[in-house]
Design a protein around this ligand. Structure first.
Ligand SMILES: NC(=O)c1ccc[n+]([C@@H]2O[C@H](COP(=O)([O-])OP(=O)(O)OC[C@H]3O[C@@H](n4cnc5c(N)ncnc54)[C@H](OP(=O)(O)O)[C@@H]3O)[C@@H](O)[C@H]2O)c1
Length: 313
């Protein structure tokens, strides 16, 4: 007997991932029934509000797309970062477990210190370098303590047409300056939020099918990695952003982009040199996933050009 349509709740609906899941839900009506809440509708640090919301919206899956994502600010605003990234995921996991719902929580490459010379597997030991990474690791642990069958998906370098991200920052800076200096010794996988949304959607449907049909024991649980491909440095990413933006007529000329080491761009908080996430566990489960960030970048730049007309990033 086929599984009933999956009901999926999404927190943090106004963020990059939340908006991308909304776009996906609009384009795939019928594949799942989605319900979205923004921060204004549900503050995930409020346990009673979570309980009321879950009681009012029976569902199969909750995707937690809410997070405190300001990496540098997290160090000086640690209480707020911990409340959202460490404490709240545990509240969501407990609320889900008490109601037979399943949590799909999103985490980060910044749980790793970047010292390995290969891509990080889900089995590698985390060791965050910065306060944001520590808060997210505590969140993973809170989820696993409260709901051992929960799914955690770590991702990296998320970008979209909305919000604060590297693509929009580069376009803004490129419009203001002829020359830019961009770090070349941090390597990772830029992840289009649309690809991430699709991967989470497929993962939730896969898990729902396993739970609802013959083999609940084959339901995926634990940690998975999902990131864009191919690996690139921030500098290489910036070059591709400007090359595509020029081709689309979003910018009149290519700015000069100088490659610099991280030591020449001291950020308040350290970042891992190696942010590469090995995604093979997720692809073994779901089959090949669309992960090429260059196609995601094309989508984002076309959306920016459609919605903004001119460049007002
Ligand atoms: N962005 C990246 O580069 C990146 C990299 C690796 C992993 N991740 C992870 O990927 C996930 C999605 O990230 P994203 O880029 O979509 O983040 P985002 O754009 O910053 O969105 C996060 C959303 O969460 C909301 N939020 C913050 N505090 C909340 C609270 N107390 N209650 C309810 N909602 C709250 C934010 O609202 P406000 O805007 O009003 O604060 C925002 O709408 C997160 O788990 C993040 O840690 C992101």
């Amino acid at each position: 007997m086929p599984a009933a349509t999956a009901r999926i709740l999404v927190t943090g609906a106004d963020g990059q991932l939340g908006r991308s899941l909304q776009a996906l839900a609009a384009h795939k009506p019928g594949s799942a029934v989605y319900d979205f809440v923004t921060r204004a509708q549900l503050d995930i640090t409020d346990g009673s509000a979570i309980d009321r919301w879950l009681d009012a919206h029976p569902a199969d899956y909750v995707i937690n797309a809410a997070a405190y994502t300001a990496v540098d600010r997290a160090a000086t605003d640690m209480d707020a970062a911990l409340a959202v990234n460490a404490h709240a995921p545990g509240l969501l996991a407990r609320g889900c477990a008490a109601r037979g719902m399943h949590l799909l929580h999103v985490s980060t490459d910044y749980v790793f210190d970047g010292a390995l010379d290969r891509a990080y597997r889900d089995t590698d030991a985390p060791c965050p370098l910065n306060a944001y990474g520590r808060s997210k690791l505590l969140g993973e642990q809170a989820v696993q303590d409260a709901a051992p069958d929960a799914i955690i998906v770590r991702t990296s370098w998320v970008f979209s047409a909305w919000g604060g991200n590297f693509v929009r920052t580069m376009l803004r800076l490129g419009a203001q300056h002829d020359r830019l200096r961009v770090i070349d010794d941090q390597i990772g996988g830029p992840t289009w939020a649309g690809h991430l949304a699709e991967a989470l959607h497929r993962l939730a449907l896969h898990a729902h099918g396993a739970v609802a049909t013959a083999s609940p024991s084959s339901a995926p649980g634990g940690v998975y990695h999902f990131a864009g491909s191919p690996w690139v440095s921030w500098h290489g990413f910036a070059q591709e952003i400007f090359a595509q933006a020029l081709r689309l007529g979003l910018i009149p000329r290519l700015p000069a982009v100088e490659a610099i080491p991280s030591s020449d761009w001291p950020a308040p908080e350290p970042r891992p040199a190696n942010s590469r996430l090995d995604c093979s566990r997720l692809e073994a489960l779901l089959g090949p996933l669309e992960r090429d960030w260059r196609t995601g970048l094309d989508e984002v730049l076309r959306a920016i050009s459609r919605y903004n007309g001119a460049l007002s990033i």
